[in-house]
Ligand binder design. Structure first.
Ligand code: URP
Ligand code: ZN
Ligand code: ZN
Length: 479
């Protein structure tokens, strides 16, 4: 299989150049002008278009068993939807139930994900602690290419990691050279506020954001950051949604801590008025955690992304249809938490980012692809248009308008949080492993063509971390 993309503008995170790209056997083989390519190579004329690294979504939950049901999007449909939106790789989450061995959960998820049509990888959640978890973490890092472990500080009585688990797991991550990541919300406080709402007779979706105010995220962000500081390890915060959390990250960074933040397309764009919709189903469709925030937090998030306090964008794609959301008809705490977006992220980010001058085209590539590849140690295999990189590309038409809608999207969910929004700038062609898998609105995918991508531990960061810890130890921040 060989493919020549001619006449486009190549956009990487560091620069844009006019050049042709030649792909062979799933890899980028040559970049330049007048390339010497086989006469039978497929040729795409990309004149007037941008050629960018395919998006990497570092936060999805395909077919997640969660809150008494299973997310409606499976790995086949979800990775297909991603390709339709220019996203060529996802990092999903293996989430063991309490007491379930990590390796058992990992093997289950790998089996499910074998239907993927695009490349994928896994973060693995640590939801409980004992010696076997510690051993499985080593197996995952050393043999299975997992370099990040997730900790839910929320979801009490389910998957919430207590401080004891955080401390043990972060310490183990340090030994293994793996990145701890956190969903930062104080689960104890959320539980308390939920009970308060219910006792007051407030049972509808409008109570969801009230039970998880920004302070709850600010406290947990600070706690996770301080634990990481004390242990002397980097930290990645998923779905940062509010000013309180941004402030904690900014403070820690200013004190020299390696803290990374991710924000979601949904949190950048939507505010909490969605929970006041008089239609119960529409309000419930927006129930996700952390919730959409009051007006003002969105602009703070954009500034954090522009200024580099947060570095990646994701979707937390976790689909539940109307009948599933209805499980919480009489009690908002039982509405399955999650919203979609794996197909929409790049278009929304381009429209609100590049079209409004908040991001350059190169910054767009950085926050949708390259930074994730770097932080999770798969760069330059992913996240770059470079000789030797995987031929995962999106050919972008910055003039093409597209209306986001549940009526037309490929996502397996009956709702779209961006319903009716017309964006300018959308994928014309998506290329995965050197194959054209999406063109002019049509998918051409092969079930199982997606590969599991191993992500090695972080030798450079952890060498530095080790030296630094030896030299200064924890608690050594100058004040
Ligand atoms: O509401 C959400 N975000 N659902 C998925 C699980 C999680 O917290 O990321
Ligand atoms: Zn979460
Ligand atoms: Zn999530």
């Amino acid at each position: 299989m060989s493919l020549l993309i001619k006449g486009g503008k190549l956009v990487n995170a560091d620069q844009s150049i006019m050049a042709d790209v030649y792909c062979e056997n799933g890899l980028i083989k040559a970049i330049g002008h007048d390339l010497d390519v086989p006469s039978d190579a497929e040729v795409i004329d990309a004149t007037g278009k941008l050629v960018m690294p395919g998006g990497i979504d570092p936060h999805t939950h395909m077919q997640l068993p969660f809150m008494g049901t299973v997310a409606s999007e499976d790995f086949y449909s979800g990775t297909s939807a991603g390709l339709a939106g220019g996203t060529t790789m996802i990092i999903d989450f293996v989430i063991p139930s309490p007491q379930q061995p990590l390796m058992e959960a990992f093997n289950t998820w790998k089996e499910w994900a074998s239907r993927s049509v695009a490349d994928y990888s896994f973060h693995v959640a640590v939801t409980w602690w004992d010696e076997s978890v510690s051993q499985d973490m080593a197996t995952l890092v050393e043999q299975e290419g997992v370099n990040s472990f997730k900790h839910f500080m929320a979801y009490k009585n389910a998957i919430m990691a207590e401080d004891e688990t955080l401390v043990n797991s972060f310490s183990r991550c340090l030994e293994l050279g793996a990145m701890p990541t956190v969903h930062a919300e104080n689960g104890e406080l959320v539980h308390h506020l939920q009970q308060k709402m219910l006792s007051a007779g407030i049972t509808g979706p409008e109570a969801h954001p009230q039970s998880r105010p920004p302070e709850v995220e600010g406290e947990a962000s600070n706690r996770a950051i301080r634990i990481a500081q004390s242990i002397g390890i980097p930290l990645y915060l998923v779905h940062v949604s509010c000013k309180e959390a941004i402030d904690e990250i900014a403070r820690a960074k200013s004190e020299g801590q390696r803290v990374y933040g991710e924000c979601l397309a949904g949190h950048l764009e939507l505010d909490d008025s969605v929970y006041k919709n008089p239609d119960w189903a529409t309000a419930a469709a927006h129930v996700m955690s952390p919730p959409f925030r009051p007006k003002g937090h969105q602009e703070a998030l954009w500034k954090a992304l522009q200024g580099g306090t947060v570095q990646t964008t994701a979707t937390d794609h976790c689909c539940f249809c109307e009948d599933q959301k209805a499980m919480g008809k009489d009690n908002f705490t039982q509405i399955p938490n999650g919203t979609a977006g794996v197909e929409d992220r790049l278009m929304v980010l381009w429209d609100s980012g590049v079209n409004k001058g908040r991001l350059t085209e190169n910054e767009f590539v950085a926050v949708t692809s390259t930074n994730t590849a770097k932080i999770f140690n798969i760069y330059p295999q992913k996240g770059a248009i470079a000789v030797g990189s995987d031929a995962d590309l999106v050919i972008w038409d910055s003039t093409k308008e597209h209306t986001l809608s549940a009526k037309t999207h490929h996502q397996k969910i009956d709702f779209n949080i961006f319903e009716g929004r017309t964006v300018k700038g959308s994928p014309w062609i998506t290329i995965s492993q050197g194959n054209v898998v999406f063109k002019d609105g049509k998918l051409n995918v092969v079930e199982g063509a997606g590969r599991y991508i191993k992500r090695p531990a972080f030798p450079t960061i952890f060498d530095a971390v080790e030296k630094y810890n030896e030299e200064y130890g924890p608690y050594q921040v100058e004040r």
